[in-house]
Design a protein around this ligand. Structure first.
Ligand code: ADP
Ligand code: ZN
Length: 810
């Protein structure tokens, strides 16, 4: 094979390129290489080898980055699937699986050659040679700085032609490096040690003698830091022993263990309840018997109410897979929840759990990646990206809270959904997939109804009191409160319930789907609303900073005294946020210890962990938070959960807003009463008759599902059609709209030519955040069985982004 098809690290590059393989370079599929690209040299990954190039003229591969393939054949196939299904540039899909810190630029260096000039030099050539004189090597950027970009390239090319200089390529220095620590090892034998000790005692070098004594009790080399925990020893002491050739010091690679700060308590294996046992039997058979004969991966949907013991089933499934010589990945939706899950998993599989997430330092990520690749762990826990770690022998993928939207990568290419990627990955490995949720994704539940997934149910909640019913939910009509003259955030029944819970020393959580103190600020005289000049979304008032902040781009301004449009001093703060709730709580319950949990509070690295631990240790009585508190937390001392306003999201135009609101309400309701005492939930709303609120109050997933799936069917929304979102961004508003309209016409033309009656285009409309970071954005939605096929025929120019299976439409 003389040619390689390479995916290159050049942003947005949708095609791959053919390169010739130079003599003597051993190139394999999955290998990282450096290739010339335009005037630069960039990184690439070899996709295929062939005898013939795909174009007539090819350049040669410049070099290899590592002499072994970085990606396995399965990873290569997964990347190909992601690239094709999500219309993502091949390198974007591949780079998901590259080790942290892989992306580096190649830098060209010049060296003076031995040869002499056989014809006169131009003044510029002399200048360049002069710059290089006396130096080992000079980089192209250095040269560009000295004589200007274009000239540097041109003159060095001439000198290369004349063989007066040579050039080499080097990758820029790695930002992430393995961490090493000094280790000491005894090199002397018993006899030599005894002689040395006697000598040291005599010369009163007691420290050296002590260290020598300590080391002779060790079976292998030991870290200097570790020795210092036992005896006092200075660098000089070690040096002295080293110089007498009694010990040797070497730097060994160590793992930056992100779990080192946690302590694990081994816990006894609980006896499964009868429902867990029944569920487990179904799953166990398949894990033992492995993949189904159809070649499709066995996929379970574990539909278990909040607190029904799903996690225990995950742990059993992992243990079973490990017993069969396999390993597993467990995806969780949010970094904030890692600690609780990690603790449970790590105490079940001590020393065999790796974690991966963006909250780790780059060094830790790098080390976990290596550690996983070397086969040192059995279980990986992490968010969606954990799917791409180089885990050998993959046998099981678990997706906890599978309905969560965080499993979809929306903000950058490839815009993949972890559930679908996991299923593909499992298929490539012959692995089992276990999806778990108390409120499954409507699409997932539909698949289970169709027999595509196997439905396994856990209907009872387990608490220290044994099986116990889900908490009782009361719906409070806020209109009645207003009529009764209560304008506070808290209804009379929520107030009474909080009073009681706090008096009993129990914990309360208050949920609000919104940050800040007010959603927006409006002028009561002229109706002016403060908006972000860059994104056009309404700005949110934050009382602590006394500023208006854009939740999209962080733009902020101090709140003015008067309206910028009509100059009157009649500004009104509308809506409520977590800060408002906190302020009102302080006012009503001055003694209660409050914790607020939202993105504004949590910015530090272990912020989430600290906050959760404090709350679980009962260092606070009330936790006020946004979505984050709705995500699978196990807080046994919480007996009351209050939803301040359930209506956020009810009136959204998004076809998935009902599903989203239902899931949030059920999840919040599921936080109460998980401990020794029964729980209570109060949902405040202006629309108590809404079926979503009604179903959530009765914990009635099935009732909600049937209504929702009818609606999806009637309006041809997923899962009955496929959605693709096309977004165009442009700095000029007019050009942006026109391009969106042009593509719209193209699609409509195709629709009528092919007579596709069940295919629709929604839009073009300005995107929800119409202006984002200075660009205007217009969008189109394709809805129908052929959406992706139509997109593949469009040949969209730059500026368009394609999102296949978007999780929402606003
Ligand atoms: P879920 O993941 O469904 O929300 P969990 O697995 O967190 O539920 O279980 C809820 C609680 O019940 C946890 O405190 C867990 O330790 C406990 N639990 C689960 N299974 C058992 C069991 N078989 N026996 C005793 N306690 C259990
Ligand atoms: Zn903004």
């Amino acid at each position: 094979m003389n040619y390689a098809e390479v995916a290159v690290n050049s942003p947005g590059s949708r095609s791959t390129f053919s390169y010739a393989i130079p003599q003597g370079l051993n190139i394999n599929v999955g290998q990282a290489v450096l290739v010339p690209f335009g005037s630069r040299v960039i990184q690439g990954i070899v996709l295929r080898l062939s005898d013939k190039p795909s174009v007539e003229e090819t350049k040669e591969i410049a070099d290899i980055v590592a002499d072994f393939p970085l990606l396995s054949p399965v990873q290569m196939r997964l990347a190909q699937w992601i690239s094709e299904y999500y219309f993502a540039p091949p390198f974007d899909a591949l780079s998901l699986m590259l080790p942290p810190g892989f992306r580096r630029r190649a830098i060209t260096f010049f060296q003076l050659a031995d040869s002499q000039a056989n014809s006169p030099l131009t003044p510029e050539e002399s200048q360049v040679l002069h710059i290089m004189t006396g130096r080992m090597k000079t980089s192209l950027p250095e040269m560009e700085k000295a004589i200007g970009g274009r000239k540097a390239r041109q003159i060095t090319d001439q000198l290369l032609d004349r063989q007066l200089i040579t050039q080499t390529l080097e990758l820029e220095e790695a930002r992430i490096k393995p961490k090493t620590l000094p280790y000491i090892k005894l090199t002397a034998d018993r006899q030599e040690i005894e002689i040395a000790k006697a000598r040291l005692d005599k010369s009163r070098a007691y420290k050296q003698a002590e260290l020598l004594e300590f080391l002779s009790g060790q079976t292998q080399s030991i870290a200097v830091g570790e020795i210092r925990k036992h005896i006092h020893c200075s660098p000089a002491t070690i040096k002295a022993l080293e110089s007498h050739r009694l010990v040797s010091v070497e730097r060994l690679r160590v793992r930056r263990d992100p779990l080192a700060h946690l302590g694990f308590m081994p816990t006894p294996l609980p006896v499964l309840t009868s429902s867990q046992q029944a569920a487990w039997e179904l799953i166990r058979h398949v894990i033992v018997g492995k993949a189904s004969p159809s070649g499709r991966p066995p996929i379970f949907l574990l539909f278990g109410v909040t607190g029904s013991g799903k996690t225990e089933i995950y742990l059993r499934a992992l243990a079973q897979a490990i017993a069969a010589g396999k390993r597993g990945i467990c995806l969780i939706p949010e970094i904030a929840l890692t600690q609780q899950t990690v603790e449970r998993f790590a105490s079940r599989f001590p020393g065999r759990v790796a974690v991966l997430h963006s909250g780790l330092s780059p060094g830790e990520q790098f080390d976990e990646w290596q550690w996983i690749g070397e086969g040192n762990c059995d279980v990986i826990i992490g968010p969606r990206s954990a799917l791409f770690a180089p885990l050998p022998d993959l046998g099981l993928i678990i997706i906890d809270e599978e309905h969560e939207w965080t499993y979809k990568q929306e903000d950058k290419s490839p815009r993949y959904h972890a559930r679908d990627v996991a299923i593909k990955l499992a298929q490539l490995n012959g692995a089992v997939v276990l999806l778990g949720s108390a409120t499954p994704d409507i699409g997932s539940f539909h698949k289970a109804q169709q027999g595509e997934y196997q439905l396994v149910e856990l209907k009872e909640r387990i608490t220290p009191r044994g099986y116990s019913p889900l908490p009782e939910v009361a719906v409070v009509d806020l209109r009645e409160e207003l009529k009764a003259g209560n304008t506070s955030l808290f209804s009379r029944s929520l107030l009474a319930a909080m009073k009681e819970a706090l008096a009993q020393g129990e914990q309360v959580i208050l949920f609000l789907n919104r940050r800040g103190t007010a959603t927006f600020v409006r002028c009561r005289s002229c109706g002016f609303v403060f908006r972000c000049p860059r994104c056009s979304v309404a700005l949110t008032y934050h009382s602590t900073e006394k500023r208006l902040i854009c939740h999209r781009c962080r733009y902020s301004v101090p709140v003015p005294q008067s309206c910028p449009r009509c100059s009157r001093r009649n500004l009104r703060f509308l809506g409520i946020g977590t800060q408002r709730v906190e302020e009102e709580m302080k006012h009503v319950f001055p003694e209660a210890r409050l914790l607020r949990w939202d993105k504004d509070v949590i910015t530090r690295r272990y912020g989430h962990e600290d906050l959760l631990r404090n709350f679980r240790d009962h260092k606070a009585d009330v936790l006020i938070g946004t979505q984050m508190i709705a995500k699978g937390l196990d807080l046994p001392q919480v007996t009351l959960a209050g939803v301040i306003n359930a209506d956020t999201g009810l009136n959204s135009p998004d076809f998935r807003s009902s599903e989203r609101t239902f899931q949030l309400l059920c999840q919040v309701a599921g936080r109460a009463g998980r401990g020794l005492k029964a729980g209570k939930v109060i949902i405040q709303t202006y629309s108590p008759d809404n079926y979503i609120i009604d179903a959530a109050a009765r914990h009635d997933y099935l009732g909600f599902y049937h209504k929702e799936i009818d609606y999806r069917h009637r309006y041809n929304y997923p899962p009955f059609s496929q959605l693709v979102r096309l977004v165009y961004r442009h700095a000029n508003e007019e050009s942006c709209r026109r391009e969106a309209e042009r593509v719209h016409r193209l699609i409509l033309g195709e629709k009528s030519r092919k007579d596709m009656t069940d295919f629709n285009v929604i839009g073009p409309v300005p995107a929800f955040a119409f202006r984002a970071r200075g660009n205007y954005r217009w969008q189109l939605f394709l809805r129908g069985p052929d959406s992706t096929r139509i997109v593949s025929q469009l040949a969209l120019p730059g500026g368009w982004t394609i999102d296949v299976d978007p999780v929402g439409i606003v």
